[in-house]
Write a protein that binds this ligand. Sequence first.
Ligand code: AMP
Length: 542
Amino acid sequence: MLGLIQDRPLLISSLIEYSGLNHGDVEIVSRSVEGPIHRTNYRNVNLRAKKLAQALGKLGVELGDRIGTIAWNGYRHMEIYFGVSGMGAVCHTINPRLFPEQIAYIVNHAEDKYIFVDLTFVPLIEALKEHLQNVKGFIVMTDEAHMPESDLDNLLCYETLVEAEDGDYAWPQFDEMTACSLCYTSGTTGNPKGVLYANRSTVLHSFCVCTNDGLGVSNRDSILAVVPMFHANAWGLPYAAAMCGAKMVMPGAAMDGPSLYELMEAEEVTLAAGVPTIWMMLLGHVKENNLKFSTMKRTVIGGSAAPRSMIETFVDGHGVEVIHAWGMTETSPLGTTGNLLKKHENLSEKERTDIRVKQGRVVFGVELKITGDDGEELPRDGVAFGDLKVRGPWITSGYFKGEGGDVLDEDGWFTTGDVGTIDPDGYMQITDRSKDVIKSGGEWISSIDVENEALGCPGIVEAAVIAIPHPKWDERPLVIAVKEKDHSVTRDDVIKHLESTLAKWQLPDDVVFVDELPHTATGKLLKTKLREDFKDYTLTTA
Ligand code: AMP
């Protein structure tokens, strides 16, 4: 017997229609590419998203068409999120930091019909134009006054398109499983693969982001989304913010410490979300200038492991709670959040941080398990580690156009490529990417553990750990680190520092210093490049 309840589809358009009507005055503040701070609100974003849908309809965009964006976080990008998905097309966010050949590959693979481009990225498109096969036009996200001189013959102006429409448009209703957005993973090997989100999965994910034990996003928040809108939909924040009418603050292209700090203070940011590298720059600026956060209460750190020293600086130094979160493009991306439980209230701050450094507990909707080499589930004892697998209504069921083949096992589990432990309270801790783990004399050394501990050594700004072949032990860890400017920290200082927290067999054999470390397009350490650069390195212990 089926329940007697209305079967209304869960659509992206319902999010912006809701906030447009019920939180119309709540602001969306952006540092614009043209320069000044721009202010709009949910009423206007809903109206302009509708106008955009009308304009795209006139350009021949239909249900299911892919529409690309190469853009920073800003209000026009948000209008595109809702306008494109709201009309039933697919918003394909493109990471501008990818290699140009990869950008051309994904635009062609996605068969993007139109591409929205921020002014900054017009030269990128000009350089690629010969290689883009299906694109009918490029819509520059600016007004007529700022339209660039360009040899592209199919350039359109965003504001001209929007202003020509009246906004008298009812969001269409369609199947909630209709695709709404597409994001290619920035895989470090092979071609990027597309994760295709559905209207339903995105709305369900937004509910989760808004729960207290998710990211706790609410109308009381002013959210600084530093995580880019081209990286797993800015962790779903634009949708979740619309679901509850939270103020959104978008940094545009300026992600340096001083610009972020200024925006946080001016816009009374309460919740900020970004990867550790961004917070490293911000905290550096705050420390150098002896600054404080006057309104920030929580920060979401994810994308890579949040180092203990960073968590301590936020929590102990600034009274800012850290929500350490884990997820992937393939998981929409929220999988686990490191919120503390009631039972942790009376623990010391040190013990609470022992929990905060873990990647956290699953949010409702996601199932998580670890398995051993034989595929059997391992115990949740916080010690056994194995392949991390996930399942749930916002986890991918396969990549766009079937790339990579079947990605689910027969029971519907997706193998993440991460290795981790799960403790009896359900807190998961990533110990490594399966391909980064260091196999030394039959034991596994977590490169992430060694990196985190190395970061706590005075004078070390960033550290990466890779495996170097060793005649006796098979592989041994090498630390590749960046020093603070003019700091005299040495190899021996780092190893001595690590001796206090790591077992002897986990200690790196060597530490080398470099000026900078390579990163992927989403800000993660690019270990494939480091392995290549150090492939002839011989350890002093070998
Ligand atoms: P992406 O799809 O680019 O977001 O990358 C997802 C991968 O980032 C995951 O599979 C993890 O390897 C890594 N990752 C994400 N969040 C964390 C975290 N909090 N700690 C450690 N690794 C993380």
